[in-house]
Design a protein around this ligand. Sequence first.
Ligand code: GLU
Length: 441
Amino acid sequence: MTTTRFAPSPTGYIHVGNLRTALMNYLIARKAGGTFILRIDDTDPERSKEEYVDAIKQDMEWLGLHWDRIERQSERLDRYADAADKLREMGRFYEAFETPTELDLKRKKQLNMGKPPVYDRAALNLSDAEKEALRAERGNGVWRFKLDHERIEWTDGILGDISIDAASVSDPVLIRGDGQVLYTIASVVDDTEMGVTDVVRGSDHVTNTATQIQIIEALGGACPRFAHHSLLTGPQGEALSKRLGTLALRDLREQGVQPMALLSLMARLGSSDPVELRSDMAELIEGFDVNRFGAAPTKFDVQDLFPLTAKHLQSLPLADVADAVADAGVPAELAESFWEMARENITTLGDLKGWWELCRDGAEPLIADEDREFIAEAVALLPEGPFDGETWGTWTKAVKEATGRKGKGLFMPLRKALTGMERGPEMATLLPLLQVIRARG
Ligand code: GLU
């Protein structure tokens, strides 16, 4: 059975880049009728914060990315310790004592000599007595996994056939000197024990994948299918990493971006299928295929989310936005007609308030000197209330007859006088909502 997971580290708020990973894994699971796990990668007790765990859950719920199970790595430390023991017994695990400065020096030397900066395995030559002495001097060493120096190969769901020479990769550190288990082994143990069949993650994890494949094999697990999506860049192709802080999902939510707009963009951006606004999750699932994504960096422009949000809102019935309409201050008896008027004139629900203020308080009229008389005449011709959808037509017909004006010369000064703007909603829909005029009528 297909099982996928989204595995954020709760060290910050999740952003559009994380969402891409979450969504792809979610859609794969749902499309196959499988299981989607939310896995909290919280093995780092210093950087992991409970508030971020809560925030991740909130963001996922907001988007409707419901998980079937939640797992926390901090509750599974004994499993990782067992796996580490197993690797130790197999002779695939060794303790190394280099300090970060020493490692850095080694790397620089290798680079100077035109060699790849791969850990030289000097620790493998330490005698027990030397290790004792180093331990006494520096404390416990780190534990590295001894890679088999052969080619590591897999067929990637996005990148195609991959072949990496293990000798070009440093033996990964799986346990730190202070005993903290690192993600590389924790993730392997979880993926294996939780029966994860498909792993989609960013292409920054490709080397990790190579080493994890060997660890999985050493532990006797089954390898999931891997797919590595490209990383997002800004609209000009610039690195997004620094700006991701401002592209947190909660910031987008604050700005009024609608979940469906965000999901529709992310389910297609960087794939050979066009971005299309989807109306619900079922459509997203139906139209998703991870194999159609490309390896090239994917340009993301936050501005693209707003036209999609506007389009999505336009399609909604009042029932779906009733809370927002009420929050904008619209009385219940006007909600239906207000929404009819406003839906095509907003980008986000945050714009409702402005339209309601216009309806409630009227606008500062925009009247050109040459139109003053005309407007006075028109006001005198305003029909008696109650106003409805016909009022605008009846009124402007009367004004036309009385003043001889027609077309733009007739309608534009009226629009500007009533709304203070040259463009906006259908006047026929807006007029009955204008409380000031209504009071006069
Ligand atoms: N916690 C890891 C990350 O956020 C998970 C990577 C993975 O999907 O394996 O990068």
